[in-house]
Design a protein around this ligand. Sequence first.
Ligand SMILES: Cc1cc2nc3c(=O)[nH]c(=O)nc-3n(C[C@H](O)[C@H](O)[C@H](O)COP(=O)(O)O)c2cc1C
Length: 249
Amino acid sequence: MNATIDLLSSHRSVRRFKDKPVEDALFHTIVRAAQCAATSSHVQAYTIIRVQDKENRRQIAALAGPQLWVEQAPIFLIFCADLTRLESACDRHKLTAKTGWAEQFVVATVDTALVAQNLMVAAESLGLGGVFIGGIRNDPQTVCELLNIPDTAYPVFGMCLGYPDQTPSIKPRLPLDLVLRDDSFFGPGSNEERADSLDAYDQTCKDYYLNRDSNLKDQTWTRQMADFMNKVSRPHMKSFLEKRGFFLK
Ligand SMILES: Cc1cc2nc3c(=O)[nH]c(=O)nc-3n(C[C@H](O)[C@H](O)[C@H](O)COP(=O)(O)O)c2cc1C
């Protein structure tokens, strides 16, 4: 349709990279483009840490899974939601920062996700590939200690980037009638039509998992989601965020 739609539609996570460095100038171009993402009230409440230190990479790769690609990717980034700069702005103008509100947590986390997605797309537009790494939240406190991340900031996820050494098949997304509604959350479609759509999507995903290049499995999307929702994931996050000064009120 056009180059942007084609680029977005050809996204796939990349976990194996060529042994080829990404030049700093190119990387900085990507970050500058990423920064143009919309940002709530212009707060730009994020800080991106490029982790170059080999030992830190090794430790983060281990706590995130282990996920080998965290160690091997030419670039590995940690995206922090960050209120510290906004607090400094208050200090500068001799005002008291009213911190600890859930709304600020949402604002900073959303800003972080927007800049990160822009960064991924900018990187892909230049022939790079990558993958988000939520696995760092297995042990976010250690990530904070390794990277000196202060209170009122927290690592939301990581991201590996580099020149792809694989071309995974594209993972199918939900059909439009399941994610897009007119006028009301429930929209005009009947539940039966939706059930048919979901059945069809289950089959599409099953075919994808049975036929992709690696890690083949016989699984539908709803089964995968049922297993996902049936277990408690990272129960430490609430107290971790509270200790960091988020989510208190
Ligand atoms: C916030 C976030 C965290 C993720 N964490 C991981 C991760 O820790 N390890 C990994 O291999 N993939 C991770 N992924 C990648 C997803 O598994 C992947 O995007 C999803 O399965 C869809 O596949 P695709 O990106 O190839 O289309 C993450 C994606 C997002 C958005």
